[in-house]
Design a protein around this ligand. Structure first.
Ligand SMILES: [Zn+2]
Length: 307
């Protein structure tokens, strides 16, 4: 059994054919476009990925999973509201199912990524799973279940205010975790301090991975990365003070920074903990693939909630 999986992020749309044991067999990526164009991009990417498979491999693809941002109605496959994409009440599953000739499951991106990270970590009974990318979000697991809240949207770690005098956030407030530690916010901050984020110059950086490498010898990059670490530490400590999770597991593209993230983050949390117990923090092996893997798993799950 194989699935076609998509992860619709703030910067890029990733698509992949995912096989058993979460092996990514073929992958592609395009820059995220807003409005209905993004749905056409997903369909076209899906057609290309399927066309690249042998007939036997193609016959094994049994479903499509789409990890989608914003407010998602999984039962109907409709995007209720995706602010960054400019979509309101837009059918996602039905038009893709028609184009690709496969059943389509649409799921909230954080839920897909966090679910995959949590399962990959051995489904711990008590954990905070953070997904660090363009946005910052988290899912808390208590007694082996995800806490979704009455809105279904619990886990907006990125919009905890950790510095009321900090930079404006996309949500309209100031000093949210995401305004310091989201990928786009970090690159904007680096540019605002005088760093070069153009991709045409040797001095330029275009991604957080480059920022982290540069932080070893570039004071501006080091400052931005340190501010992000502090914001994450304070966000995790706030959640820790309320919920005391057994552990914190980090996934998403920024978690691919590895020790350059984990070591200073743990140190910063201990420095700033006050009376709050600091839980162990570890990295998910899924990194930036978590959304794709989660979407694929849901596509291959039993057949409810499909278009
Ligand atoms: Zn915010």
């Amino acid at each position: 059994m194989r699935a076609l999986a998509f992860d619709v992020g703030g910067t890029s749309v990733r698509g992949a054919v995912v096989g058993p044991d979460d092996v990514v067999l073929a992958e592609s990526r395009v820059a995220t476009r807003t409005g209905p164009a993004v749905l056409g991009d997903i369909a076209r990417m899906g057609e290309e990925l399927l066309a690249g498979l042998s007939p036997a491999a193609r016959a094994e693809v049994s479903g499509v999973g789409v990890a989608f941002p914003g407010l998602v109605d999984t039962e109907s496959g409709i995007s209720r509201r995706a602010v960054n994409l400019g979509l309101v009440d837009t059918p996602v599953a039905a038009p893709l199912a028609e184009r690709l000739g496969l059943p389509v499951t649409v799921v909230h991106d954080t839920a897909a990524a966090a679910g995959a990270i949590w399962a990959d970590a051995g489904s711990p009974a008590s954990a905070l799973v953070a997904v660090l990318g363009t946005g910052v979000a988290a899912v808390t697991y208590v007694e082996g279940r995800a806490v979704v809240g009455v809105s279904g949207q619990a886990g907006e770690l990125g919009h905890l205010v950790v510095d009321p005098a900090g930079p404006p956030c996309v949500c309209g407030r100031r000093g949210c975790v995401e305004a310091r530690a989201g990928a786009r916010a970090m690159l904007e901050r680096y540019a605002a301090l005088g760093g070069d984020t153009s991709d045409t110059s040797d001095a330029g950086i275009t991604g957080v991975a480059e920022l982290v490498v540069r932080a070893e010898h570039d004071g501006l990059a080091a400052e931005v990365w340190s501010e992000a670490i502090t914001a994450l530490a304070d966000g995790f400590l706030a959640v820790g003070a309320l919920l005391a999770p057994g552990e914190i597991i980090l996934g998403g593209g920024i978690a691919e920074a590895g020790g350059a993230l984990l070591d200073p983050l743990q140190a910063r949390m201990h420095e700033r903990a006050g009376v709050t117990a600091v839980p162990p923090v570890r990295l998910s092996s899924l990194g930036g693939r978590a959304g794709l893997v989660g979407a694929a798993r849901l596509a291959l799950a039993p057949t409810e909630n499909r278009a």
